[in-house]
Unconditional design. Sequence first.
Length: 325
Amino acid sequence: MFVEGLDRIFRNLIFLKCKNNNGIMHFEVIKIKIAIISDIHGNSVALKEIIKDAEKNKVNEYIFLGDQVNDLPFGNETLDIVRKYSNKVLKGNKEQYLIEYDKERYNWKNVQFKNTLFMYNELTKENLKYIKELPHFMKLEYDGVKLLIAHGSPKSVEEQLHRNRTDLINKYTENLEEDALIFGHTHEKVWKETVNNKLVISCGCSGVSPFFIGQAEYVILEINNGKIDDIISRLVNFDINLIKKKIITSGILNEDKVLMNLTYGAISGHGAMRHNFLMEAKEIMLERNGKLYKDNAKGIFKYFKLYDDDIWLGLAEKYKNEFIF
Ligand SMILES: [Mn+2]
């Protein structure tokens, strides 16, 4: 571990010298490797495996695209790792919920909302302060290659740039100054495309992807000779049984078991169950109210789909054979 840490420091020293002493000290072409990690959602177990894999691949830099915390209840552990490895970290909608709750203190009684409250109460003061200071997007430059990174879209943490939203992707690349637009949030598998002569990279979901069983996806971007040389999607295994144990000992199950069942379902091969549950909940809620959101919600909470308890718990009863907790 100690040797690994030294190795990383050495790697970054070379990278920095190369960057800062342009014209003064000459180094032969050095590849810059950047690990881009999005949507960890509190899965510190997966994050540790990603870091191991990225270190083995000798990355120079780490970028985190937001939603580091929630839905899994290991937010502090996750943020402690993120803060140790990077200062290129964005906020996602999940951080924004905690930040705005800190201000608004909604008194919503919904069982589903207890997951957000749990994390809010768990976060250390230091970590709460830390997430409040994260930016929505960042402009970065490596060896002349310019990147615009965002969680959802350059406009908002909540906007979803799904692959089929060619209208939005066209809009955001049309007058883009940077060479690449890089984001997460949709939980789609990693994909990349060239649009309007700009590179568009959707970085997948590291913590709770419904497309893999016990595997986390992230991206390694390679910059070589002032050009993006390669975009590699990496898949690493993590221990879902360890997550199960950690969920049980975290205390979250005393608050709301349903979301944990859906989230654990997503990473253990029952992504379809999670999808169907949420679609049904949405349909029933819309039929009943004509809307999914609370009337008194402000800011980002205007997008927080909050289901009535009888819907949330009723569907839990319906799906109980597929629930593990
Ligand atoms: Mn998100």
